[in-house]
Design a protein around this ligand. Structure first.
Ligand code: AMP
Length: 215
């Protein structure tokens, strides 16, 4: 499947993407995970992105398009991909359209995962992430804590609160989402690609998408 996952930070895009990869081997491509990996590795990309990310601002479109241009041409994308956190602006969506056309790839759907603001705020404040850039497993201190406090079940690395998950940065990320990313719903609606699903339960989202895609 070739899907774009739209939705505010905390809507569950990453969780849904991970569940969908198990269905047909499509790969999850999370620009947030790629950028956090680059920050931890101290690469030039990471150094450029870090200040924007800490503030909860978007990193410049040119950096993101450079990443995606390479990533979408890697062989593992041939089976399909789930774009998680990309595109995030209209210029990114336009550039993605041109890139896909050039690569002769057709999208199946842009999924709009809709979650009430109070649920999002609660989820983000209680979310914890594995600090290992290769893992980045997601936990929630209330609903799905790691078995041993502060230690990732999957890889044994430390489970931390992200720098951009302080209350101030979260509110700023949500404002940025409303201003820059929410307009993408209209952009993809015009192309007849949007499917809106209620994201309160990730299992229900995956069930609805499987049915919609005939899987
Ligand atoms: P995420 O994990 O998707 O919430 O992304 C974390 C942070 O990475 C965002 O707050 C942005 O600073 C940056 N980021 C991730 N994806 C993008 C994107 N497509 N465009 C611009 N910035 C991004």
């Amino acid at each position: 499947m070739k899907l774009i996952l739209l939705g505010a930070p905390g809507a569950g895009k990453g969780t849904v993407a991970k569940m969908l990869t198990a269905i047909d081997g499509s790969v999850q491509i999370s620009t947030g995970d790629i950028l956090r990996g680059a920050v931890q590795a101290g690469t030039e990309l990471g150094r450029e992105a870090e200040t924007y990310m800490k503030r909860g601002d978007l990193v410049p479109d040119s950096l993101i398009m450079g990443i995606m241009e390479n990533r979408l041409q890697e062989p593992d994308c041939a089976k399909g991909f789930l774009l998680d956190g990309f595109p995030r602006t209209i210029p990114q969506a336009e550039a993605l359209g041109e890139l896909l056309e050039r690569l002769n790839i057709t999208l199946d759907m842009a999924v709009n995962i809709d979650v009430p603001r109070e649920v999002i705020l609660d989820r983000l404040c209680t979310r914890r992430t594995c600090e290992n850039p290769e893992c980045q497993a997601i936990y929630n201190v209330k609903s799905s804590p790691p078995q041993q406090e502060g230690i990732c079940d999957k890889c044994g690395s430390a489970v931390i609160q992200r720098d951009d998950e302080t209350e101030e940065a979260i509110l700023h990320r949500l404002e940025t989402y409303n201003e820059k990313t929410a307009p993408l719903i209209g952009f993809y609606e015009k192309k007849g690609l949007v499917k809106t699903v209620s994201g309160t339960s990730s299992d229900a989202v995956v069930g609805e998408l499987k049915a919609a895609l005939g899987l």
